[in-house]
Design a protein around this ligand. Sequence first.
Ligand SMILES: NC(=O)c1ccc[n+]([C@@H]2O[C@H](COP(=O)([O-])OP(=O)(O)OC[C@H]3O[C@@H](n4cnc5c(N)ncnc54)[C@H](O)[C@@H]3O)[C@@H](O)[C@H]2O)c1
Length: 356
Amino acid sequence: MDGVGKVSLSFYRDKKVFVTGHTGFKGSWLCRALVLAGVNVTGYALAPETKPALFELLGLKNDMKSVIADIRDYKALLKSLKKSKPEIIFHMAAQPLVRESYKNPVYTYETNVMGTVNFLEACRYIPGARSIVNVTTDKVYENREMNRAFKEDEPLNGFDPYSNSKSCSELVTSSYRNSFYSAKGAVAVSTARSGNVIGGGDFAADRIIPDCVRALKAGKPVVVRNPGAVRPYQHVLDCISGYLLLAEKQYDAGLSGSYNFGPDKSDVVDNAALVELFLDAWGGGSRVHRHDNGPHEARFLRLDCSRAKKILGWKPRMKIGEAVGLTAEWSRAYLDKSGHAACVDRQINEYFGKGL
Ligand SMILES: NC(=O)c1ccc[n+]([C@@H]2O[C@H](COP(=O)([O-])OP(=O)(O)OC[C@H]3O[C@@H](n4cnc5c(N)ncnc54)[C@H](O)[C@@H]3O)[C@@H](O)[C@H]2O)c1
């Protein structure tokens, strides 16, 4: 396989890793980075929900063990975890879309809350497990539009069913940590609250970069629904570097808790600016600002990441322009059919070439 061995995630090389949600956008990037580093990875998720899907474009099922099953199926999840005997486990399987959660709140809560319960319950029966990261979101906080960055100790109470289900996932994790994972030497369990992620290979509905690519492909203007909404956009590689560093650091040292992972303040932009940056990087195209009277979405969201910086030594490596540039580069390679899989490997190798 191209690029094997260049990714320097040396801590992971002799570990067994289990990833729920491996067929999704972030899961595909995380698993590809681990596979390129020669790591033994097992994934557990539904079949890819978009057509196309990055998981399939990368041919990932040939390079890792892929279990296609539902996170709501406790028995199947336990069986897969027991069979794979992982030491490090990332939980990313979720219904991750705000607008979809307004349409399907019950499914969203079942997947994101009971899915987390199933996951943490099953992990209790995996004796070799040492480090667990539950991926939630920047939207877990009670957002009173205060125009300042959230810290990890602030109240959790997401507004819409998606955000709120992730707040609940945080509370479930806290209870499991207090009740079952607090003894000395117990497995470390943390939650990771990352920003809005951009990068090549996201085909989800109602997300701004996929919307841009779809519009440009169709030769239409990009419709920006909430131009003034400010979000902590970050590249998927900056995001997964946070998850990987957290799982590594807590493997021996404990450090269980909650960690924000987002861009620096100077790189937090609104949707209008993000689309302008994308069109610049693309070298053409136009946009219109059109409110569509959609459901409530917060106007301002930013994360204070000083905890992850201080305790884990993590920091975002990309400025927003670079994050958008890499995303446009991949999208161009995909639309031109000019090596989108090699482009992912190159971007991963350049990012992780010297390690975390
Ligand atoms: N993309 C973002 O901007 C962003 C930001 C913050 C947090 N997150 C979180 O990161 C994680 C991954 O998000 P993504 O953007 O890759 O989403 P995605 O939709 O691309 O992937 C979701 C994954 O979860 C799996 N899944 C969904 N329902 C399932 C079920 N019932 N049983 C088993 N698997 C199921 C899917 O099969 C897929 O593998 C999610 O937990 C999401 O909430 C995403």
